[in-house]
Write a protein of this length. Structure first.
Lengths: 339, 339
DNA sequence: ATCGCTGGTCGAACCGGTTCGATCAGAAGC
DNA sequence: GCTTCTGATCGAACCGGTTCGACCAGCGAT
């Protein structure tokens, strides 16, 4: 069931079948019909492998999957789903590379063995060895998130600095004057995760600008750590009345910690942050948050990458998104102060 | 930078390089060293595509990704992560197929274009066209979940019937006599999702056996539907004091609905179910539930599939898992009855 | 000294497509 | 009626590996 078989049955040469399929040369209607009939009868589909070998295109995109055992967020899942879907729309498949160890190994395989035409990276660090590797190798890639030197690469990202600032602004307008920031884990922060750093920057700047007391805390990506973080926050400053978080996975623990300490949300304590919309509406009370447009981001990433594959010389394009803060139920006016 | 280039620089034939790499024929130490030196110098890696074409193996596994727009659960994400990781451990990559439309199209592409050596299916229905298609095509595959006719295929699955039964048993032992069951969405149920049907069976049988009142409800896979389901449950039988759910995505809404109606968990109302352990610990109070061993299931799926690829004639193997119910905080003794 | 075996290597065919250049028939141009 | 052009098709080379059969040298056995 290869192209030779089709050619034989249709009484033409292999190249004629190929041209009939690709349309790259004109074929007489009669011949085309005969070939098509044979193809339909046998249910023939050309081998992707053979096609890739001769054409030099795999029509596959690589995605470096976040390290296993890490705590996946809804956001990541939405990225993957939308990447796959968007790629499928363009006739591309998505190949996942396990990011074992430092995440380099799987990526190198994809690239060096030429399994994919281009790559999408997520979980970007300010200083990211994977980005350097791909850039140096001249391999086409796009990142979801951006490094500390973003001008030379292609990416789609959230403006974490601005988003956290918006959350602080909202809280300040509600009268809060002592605000905590719950960042992601110490491990991720020290690894240089860009979102963790950029959101901290946004928090510190906003607090300074508004002249409010802001204390930042790192927090593991799980509910237990979230609960623990609440303890640390209230121990450090019992007068804290609100928090901003970018730690979706810890959110359940944050809520639980507040409840355990008798702080009602939003009566006694307000919570805001950045999270997938689905997650924000799953908790009680629903989270006032900037909803990560993960699906749009995945789609944009694919579009940027395919644009690069089609015309390798286009200058780098970037897309920086700043979704609005959706007002829900977890933030309210600051309680009367004891000051 | 292909094998011919290596051969030329090492002063040997292409086949000698190939044998040096694969070890399938003996090569003199001197020659081997010379070839290796050239390879190291140039950083040569054989093209996966060319290798696949001639060897007939892509060393890639296909995964049909759950339909887009559906609500992904943590479970699914863990499946994917563990599949990728387990596959990587055996030198395989994972290719995602978008399940657009009925999910057949992407699968057909993977199979007909021979992009993958084998496939993993999830979100299985009792009567599943994809399974029939693969079985008929004689294409190697494994399912996470099983159809209504499970003997002839290879799968790993949870024993939903037994797990729901365990939840009911636990509630009955706590004194509950009026129990609700929150199933997955009407759409999924009518599509024949096996977990939805098998868990309903388990619920009905257990209630009948213990002689307790059990009412089953379908519920959309989102928090809002969960909230709505609580309304329906309490309207249908205000005396309900506990529920069992397999609807992870609705859980937040279930909690919210109960809170809105003044039912404290677990004081007034107990909640149990089947969920990813991470999700179960994220909510407040933490969910007493059978924790889905998603990571193990993904690993087992890969092992079953690779076993099949290695020895195509092995008889079908199945793995049915029954994780224990983890006692957490969401279920307690039934409140004093008004009866 | 001869035979046979074996370890090491090479050349060629093959996997299943794509694509270039050449060929040929028929139509158009003059 | 002869050239020229165009549309349709074919054969061969190529993509980058793997693998089979053949060959040759060197060694041990007789």
């Amino acid at each position: 069931m290869n192209i030779g078989e089709i050619a034989r049955r249709a009484g033409v040469s292999r190249s004629t079948v190929s041209y009939a399929l690709s349309g790259k040369r004109s074929i007489s209607p009669a011949t085309r019909a005969r070939i098509q009939a044979v193809i339909d009868e046998l249910g023939y589909q050309p081998s992707a492998t053979a096609r890739a070998l001769s054409s030099g295109e795999t029509r596959t995109l690589g995605l470096v999957f976040p390290p296993a055992g890490s705590h996946y967020t809804d956001m990541q899942l939405d990225f993957i789903g939308s990447l796959v879907e968007a790629a499928a729309g363009f006739g591309y498949d998505v190949l996942l590379a396990a990011a074992v160890g430092d995440g380099q190994q799987g990526l190198r395989r994809l690239v060096a063995e030429r399994r994919v035409d281009g790559a999408v990276l997520m979980e970007i660090r300010l200083d990211d060895a994977r980005v350097d590797y791909l850039a140096e190798a001249g391999f086409p890639f796009v990142t979801i998130g951006r490094t500390g030197e973003p001008e030379r690469t292609r990416w789609v990202d959230l403006d974490y600095t601005a988003l956290v600032r918006s959350c602080v602004t909202h809280l300040v307008q509600l009268g809060h004057r002592r605000i905590a920031f719950v960042n992601r884990s110490e491990r991720l922060f020290h690894a240089g995760y860009e979102s963790a750093h950029r959101s901290l920057t946004g928090f510190e700047r906003a607090c300074a600008e508004y002249g409010v007391v802001g204390t930042a805390h790192l927090c593991g990506d799980d509910p237990a750590s979230g609960e623990d973080a609440i303890g640390r926050i209230l121990a450090a400053d019992p007068g804290t009345t609100a928090l901003v978080t970018v730690n979706e996975a810890a959110l359940g623990g944050l809520y639980r910690g507040l409840a355990a300490r008798g702080r009602a949300i939003p009566g006694d304590f307000s919570v805001t942050g950045i999270a997938a919309g689905r997650w924000a509406t799953a908790v009680t009370p629903q989270l006032t948050a900037a909803d990560v447009p993960a699906i749009e981001m995945g789609r944009v990433a694919v579009e940027l990458l395919l644009e690069l594959l089609a015309t390798p010389d286009v200058p780098p394009r970037h897309v920086l998104l700043t979704p609005p803060v959706s007002l829900r139920a977890s933030a309210g006016p600051a309680p009367a102060s004891d000051d």
